[in-house]
Design a protein around this ligand. Structure first.
Ligand code: SF4
Ligand code: SF4
Length: 233
């Protein structure tokens, strides 16, 4: 009894050795998944967060991304420019011109908040990740370098077949409105908007009841003066 218990407690090294050899043999025969980087580029998911790309034309220097960045690693500088009025008597307009746009990738934690916060679609994720530097200061990407990542941004995913067309496409496919001069010259018999009948001139009084004529509203009874007032007078 005591011998069997002893054998159960210490089965010896042979079973463990055999088990280890089997595991080694099984692993050795399994196909390798080693990525041969940098000789073979890795296949990354389309939404990989590699580096942030800037589309400068869309940026209005609104500073939203810089304010929302939890690491304060976006620095933007801009100035105002006056655009002269295009019509006589019109007002001059002002617009922001971007001077510098810098992201410090030494601080960035790749949260993507800046991209989500941008209301003008000026920032995008690019799956590029090969921008390691020997000097930390070289991880400061200015707007030219950020702009240079734009060609590596993957195209957006296709729309769902059953979804409504984008507003821009719908607007482009809408039939053009007739010119204002042509519509006026066509006279009253010409079809108006969307091919409907011409609008009657306002103020002709044909259909609209005249306000205050008393035809539709009941006349309010005149109140008798109070007796007390009569006494006072
Ligand atoms: S990804 Fe996050 S941390 Fe990096 S710049 Fe954008 S907001 Fe800042
Ligand atoms: S939020 Fe967009 S538009 Fe505004 S400053 Fe940042 S990148 Fe430019």
């Amino acid at each position: 009894m005591s011998g069997a218990r002893k054998r159960g407690r210490a089965p010896g090294i042979l079973p463990g050795l055999v088990h280890g050899l089997v595991t080694t043999a099984r692993t050795a025969l399994r196909p390798s998944h080693t990525a041969e980087y940098p000789d073979v580029a890795p296949t990354l998911p389309p939404r990989s967060r590699g580096v942030i790309a800037l589309l400068e034309e869309n940026c209005t220097s609104c500073m939203l991304c810089a304010r929302e960045c939890p690491d304060w690693c976006i620095v933007i500088e801009s100035h105002k420019e006056t655009i002269p009025a295009t019509t006589p008597g019109g007002r001059d307009r002002q617009r922001n011109v971007l001077d510098t746009f810098t992201i410090d990738f030494g601080l960035c934690m790749y949260c993507g908040i800046c991209i989500e916060a941008c209301p003008f679609d000026a920032l995008f994720w690019s799956p590029q990740f090969e921008y390691a530097e020997y000097d930390l200061r070289d991880l400061l990407h200015d707007k030219e370098r950020l702009r240079g990542w734009m060609p590596t941004v993957p195209p957006p995913p296709a729309l769902d077949e059953r979804s409504a067309p984008p507003a821009e496409v719908a607007a482009a496919n809408r039939p053009a409105r007739p010119a204002a001069g042509a519509a006026a010259g066509a006279g009253a018999g010409a079809p108006g908007r969307a091919g409907g009948a011409a609008r009657p001139a306002r103020g002709d009084g044909a259909e609209r009841p005249v306000r205050g004529s008393g035809a539709e509203r009941p006349v309010r009874p005149v109140r008798a003066p109070r007796a007390r007032r009569e006494e006072d007078s």
